[in-house]
Design a binder for this molecule. Structure first.
Ligand code: PMP
Length: 348
């Protein structure tokens, strides 16, 4: 730490992203990326656009806003684009948590980091023993509520109808639904943004649209909420989405059949792998995401993570309480998951 750091950040504990090895020798099932390349339309668009990089991108993201609005059946002033959903979620923590933030004890680990960064008070609500979210625990709370749906790293999804009961009950409280994994079999809350001006839905192109490296995401909600988020964005980084990200996002959202093909392959592979791992004695949550959250009675989570790593398979282990025994396994291609199952068999 230098002597120049503001005292407010002396105890800031940054988020630790999953490992990104720089050699190709790992089967990488640790950061929930897609095993499939971006749509061919994305690759073509990026090549075509490369020569325009001398110019700044459109800070208002008009073309991509229009493309998103059309694809999701909403109006373009109900959308703000972000350089990944991490950026948008950071804006939300900064803008909309004057009464604090409430979220489950086991959820996306970045929520508590943003809260600390922006000095937001947090209320951490334990999941049930089976790792499901008990929505009743949140009904009386006045903090801004954050739910990843499906939740991470459990993969368990809530029903939008149940979420909307909580949203509607207290219109003076904002509810943020982080739908990073919604396209793998869960249901979105997007259809409710017209009805409820206290609902913000965040989606990313990092997982289901094969663009983790492209940094494309959006939040959708009532116009006033989006105006507020633009107030933060234009006070921070007007050119938050590069030209390449914007054109990649437009091409990706335009190629619906490729999106459907990739997301359905991943769901089939997920369910097949889940069955195979269960047959080997694994216990797991019912995941509606592109990962499995599993433990084996004869190994600790750390042992499993380490032994798989030795065999060239990277999975994610969180050393946090209640989930030390689990690993989170991203669903890769058929071949990658076969290699995972073989590696697990050898370890057992
Ligand atoms: N929300 C959840 C629940 C996530 O797991 C992730 C991925 N780490 C993100 C948001 C952020 O994704 P990105 O910034 O790539 O859009």
């Amino acid at each position: 730490m230098s002597r120049f750091l503001a005292p407010a950040f002396e105890n800031l504990r940054p988020y630790a992203p999953g490992e990104q090895p720089q050699t190709g020798r790992f089967i990488k099932l640790n950061t929930n990326e897609s095993p499939y390349p971006p749509s061919p339309a994305v690759i073509k668009e990026i090549c075509d656009q490369a020569s325009t990089l001398r110019l700044y991108p459109d800070p208002e993201c008009r073309d991509i806003n229009r493309a998103m609005a059309e694809a999701f059946g909403i109006s373009s002033d109900q959308i703000i684009m972000g350089n990944g959903s991490d950026e948008i979620l950071a804006f939300i923590f900064q803008a909309f948590c004057p009464k604090g933030a409430a979220f489950p004890d086991i959820t996306y680990g970045f929520y508590k980091v943003w809260a600390q960064l922006y000095g937001v008070k947090t209320r951490v609500v334990p999941l049930r023993d089976d790792f499901s979210i008990c929505l009743d625990d949140y009904r009386e709370l006045s903090e801004t509520l954050f739910f990843a749906n499906p939740n991470a790293p459990t993969g368990i999804a809530l029903d939008p109808g149940d979420i909307m009961t909580v949203v509607k009950e207290k219109p003076e409280r904002l509810v943020v639904i982080d739908e990073a994994y919604v396209d793998f079999g869960a249901e979105s809350c997007l259809p409710y943004i017209d009805e409820c001006d206290n609902l913000l839905v965040v989606q990313t192109f990092s997982k289901s649209r094969n663009l983790a490296g492209g940094r494309v995401a959006f939040a959708a909600g009532n116009r006033a909420l989006i105006d507020d988020l633009n107030r933060i964005k234009f006070s921070f980084h007007p050119y938050n989405m590069s030209r390449l990200s914007q054109c990649a996002g437009i091409a990706a959202v335009g190629d619906r059949s490729y999106f459907m093909e990739c997301t359905s392959k991943i769901q089939v592979t997920r369910d097949k792998t889940a069955k195979e791992l269960k047959a080997l004695g694994f216990e797991m949550t019912e995941s509606k995401a592109n990962f499995l959250f599993a433990r084996h009675p004869s190994l600790t989570g750390f042992e499993l993570y380490t032994k798989l790593r030795e065999k060239g398979v990277l999975v994610r282990h969180f050393g946090t309480s209640r989930i030390e025994d689990y690993v989170r396994i991203t669903v890769g291609s058929e071949n990658e998951m076969e290699a995972l199952v073989e590696a697990v068999k050898a370890i057992l």
